[in-house]
Each structure stands twice: as structure tokens, then as C-alpha cells.
Write a protein that binds this ligand. Structure first.
Ligand SMILES: Cc1ncc(COP(=O)(O)O)c(C=O)c1O
Length: 389
């Protein structure tokens, strides 16, 4: 493919890391994962990190932990404010724990939740905001965290698409009570499958460690406030205090994560250089609505929404892109309430979500990678010029 949606960032370093694990004979979660958690937390200047086997699992473990807090736990029937555009597993744990979702439209410039509608989304049952920075572009996390604080709401940052982005000098994925990350193949760093949750809350940290591994106590410190040790070591090894899962990552993912994290600043710089070129090619063309940067984007990919005023047939554009061997796809998951899975949800929308619907019907994205995309972006520009006359 001339310009693919995804590209590997692995080289000999990751192969060496895999061999280090093979040579050690320790494959299930142990020292490599623990070291990666420590290094990842340090990179983001956060005290606690819990690695799991995907970004989806990070959202699941994080949402679950809020239900087992001692004070002010979430309860079934509580409401969560969510953006109308995100990935399915931003939402599924909320449904699985019996929460009601209130979908808010996106801002057409940034593609993130439209913060002018937060007040309209708030009800006496609202307990949390699930905020998502779409495709590298920071959501209005400053405004949203202030709103959450004013109204006593938990803030969950699903940062699976925006590792290394920044708002006002602060990294995304550090604003929430809980902050999730994905290391899936196509993401900013890759362990092939993998995820992480960052938090400053010691209780949520320990809850997630138990939830990650069967709900047992084995991964908790001896002085954990979550349970009292009874001194019967035979039974203590198999003591279950929470309804948990098995979301543990492999040592392979811990080891490759450590290698990839060292390369993250270089990857982000390369992605940003491509983003500058993309903007210079498309910014002033009224036929195309492109994502406007808020703060410093980590440029996951490049979105284009065909301006309805230009009356361009998206299928004709897709045919031209296929012909030119340029990969493209739906922007994140499109407008989520339009998916069949919504019939299992308890939800309301705040208004008709016109921007999320426009993104769904007229949008697509092309990839960004950690290497120079000048030939690819130049070709994209000429293909779109030709078919959008
Ligand atoms: C916003 C968002 N949340 C969660 C996920 C899930 O991550 P994973 O694929 O690692 O399960 C994704 C995946 O791309 C995502 O974009």
C-alpha cells in the first residue's frame, strides 16, 4: 500500500526485548510489567500506574474500581456525561456497570466534546464525566476538570488516542481521577496489545490491582486498607475480596513497552512534523473541515470531514483513495448512538448531535506515522483535489 493506515514502530530493540523475556523463562506478569509501570508513571509524573492487557481493559478496570470505593462509590443508575464520538469500549464498561449515559455533541473544530453543552447534560444523578481527547487532540480538559470539580463529579480521561499530547504544558492523561492509555499496534507506542491506567488515588490504584487479577489480595501490599491479613498463609494466597477479572498483560508487553517509551518523544516529534505539513496542505481549503489543534496534539491521524456546502460525494472520494492505494477509515467509532449496540444501553442524547452525525456521514481519517510522510501527504492532496473539483 502506498499510504497505509498503520505502520509498525518496532525494530531490533523490541526483538531484543522479546528475547530478554524468552531467555528469562518468566512470561506471565512479573518484573518487566512492574518496571514499565514505574517508568510510565514517571514519564507522566504520576504516582500510580496499573498495566493491563488493552486500553479497553484499562477502561473496564478503572470504571469497576469506582464502584468499590469506600466513600462515594458509583452506583447503578448513576449518570455519566460522554462525548457522542469515541471508541466502543469507552462506553461499554459504563453500560456493563449499569450506568446511564448522556451523550453530548462534539465541537466540529476540535472533534472533542462541546463544553458549552455540559450544563445542559448535568442532572441531579450525574456522577462522572468520561472525557476523550480524539485522535491526539486534547479535549478542553481545563474547562472540563473545573466543571467536574464544581459539581463533585469523577473525571475519567480515556486518553487511549492521545498519548503525549499536552494542554497548557500538562500532558493529557493526567487530568482525570483515572486516565486510560492503549498500546495497541497502531497507537503512539505499541506493545501490540496492552493498556495502562494512571491515577493519583492510592485507593483506586489498589482496587485496580485486585480487579486486574481475579479480585484477589495477592498483588496488594501487606498494609493495604482494603483487607485485613489473617495470617493463614495457605488461604491468604487465594483470598478474593472483589469481583475482578483477569486483565493481566504478559511480560512481553511490559518489556516492549519499556523500549517503546524511550522512543516516544522522537515518535511524537515526527508525528507533529507530519501534522504541520497536513495543515499547510488542507487548512485553507473550504471543501475540507480538518481537526483544529487545541493545545499540542500528538497527531494520532488526520481527519477530513467533507464540507456539506461543497456537495462532495464521499463514496467517490473513497473510490479515488482506493485507486491511489491510500488507506482510510471511520473517524474513531463515528457517532456511537448510531451503532446497533446502543439498544442495550440506558441513555439520552443532549439534542440531536448534528456535528457527530456530520462526522459520521461525511468524515474519514488517514494515518499518521512516526516517519516523514511528505510523499504520502502530497499524493493525498493531489488525489483529493482531482476528485473534489
Ligand atoms: C478512545 C479509545 N478508547 C479505548 C480504546 C481501546 O483500546 P484497545 O484497542 O487497546 O483495547 C481505543 C482503541 O483504539 C480508543 O480509541
Amino acid at each position: 500500500m502506498f499510504y497505509d493506515l498503520v505502520a509498525s514502530t518496532w525494530d531490533q530493540d523490541e526483538t531484543d526485548a522479546l528475547h530478554r523475556v524468552i531467555d528469562s523463562g518468566q512470561f506471565t506478569m512479573a518484573g518487566e510489567v512492574a518496571a514499565f509501570e514505574k517508568e510510565f508513571a514517571a514519564y507522566f509524573d504520576m504516582p500510580y500506574a496499573v498495566m493491563v492487557n488493552s486500553g479497553s481493559s484499562a477502561n473496564l478496570a478503572g470504571v469497576a474500581s469506582l464502584f468499590f470505593k469506600k466513600d462515594r462509590p458509583l452506583q447503578p443508575g448513576d449518570e455519566v456525561i460522554v462525548p457522542a464520538v469515541s471508541w466502543s469500549t469507552t462506553y461499554h464498561p459504563l453500560q456493563q456497570y449499569g450506568l446511564k449515559l448522556r451523550f453530548v455533541d462534539i465541537d466540529l473544530a476540535t472533534l472533542n466534546i462541546d463544553v458549552t453543552q455540559l450544563a445542559a447534560a448535568l442532572t441531579p444523578r450525574t456522577r462522572m464525566i468520561m472525557v476523550v481527547s480524539i485522535l491526539g487532540n486534547p479535549a478542553a480538559l481545563d474547562v472540563i476538570s473545573k466543571f467536574a470539580e464544581q459539581h463533585g463529579l469523577y473525571l475519567f480521561e480515556d486518553n487511549c488516542e492521545s498519548m503525549d499530547a499536552e494542554l497548557n504544558g500538562r500532558k493529557t492523561g493526567t487530568f482525570g481521577d483515572l486516565n486510560s492509555f492503549s498500546f495497541f499496534f497502531s497507537h503512539h507506542i505499541s506493545t501490540m496489545e496492552g493498556g495502562m491506567v494512571l491515577t493519583r488515588d492510592a485507593e483506586l490504584y489498589q482496587l485496580m490491582r485486585a480487579i486486574r487479577a481475579h479480585g484477589w489480595t495477592r498483588d496488594l501490599p501487606a498494609d493495604s486498607p482494603l483487607f485485613e491479613r489473617r495470617g493463614d498463609s495457605h488461604f491468604e494466597q487465594y483470598r478474593f475480596i472483589l469481583p475482578g477479572y483477569n486483565l493481566r498483560p504478559l511480560e512481553f508487553s511490559g518489556a516492549t513497552g519499556r523500549t517503546q517509551l524511550k522512543k516516544l518523544p522522537g515518535f511524537t516529534a515526527a508525528r507533529r512534523r507530519n501534522a504541520e505539513l497536513f495543515r499547510s496542505l488542507f487548512q485553507d481549503d473550504e471543501r475540507f473541515i480538518i481537526q483544529q489543534e487545541n493545545g499540542r496534539s500528538s497527531a494520532f491521524s488526520f481527519t477530513i470531514i467533507l464540507n456539506p456546502a461543497a456537495q462532495i460525494d464521499r463514496n467517490a472520494v473513497f473510490s479515488a483513495l482506493r485507486e491511489a492505494s491510500i488507506g482510510f477509515r471511520v473517524i474513531t467509532g463515528g457517532c456511537f448512538p448510531r451503532h446497533e449496540a446502543i439498544r442495550f444501553y440506558d441513555y439520552e442524547t443532549v439534542g440531536d448531535l448534528p456535528n457527530a452525525n456530520l462526522l459520521h456521514e461525511q468524515g474519514f481519517f488517514v494515518g499518521n506515522h512516526a516517519f516523514d510522510l511528505t510523499p504520502q501527504l502530497t499524493r493525498l492532496r493531489s488525489v483529493l483535489d482531482e476528485c473534489c473539483k
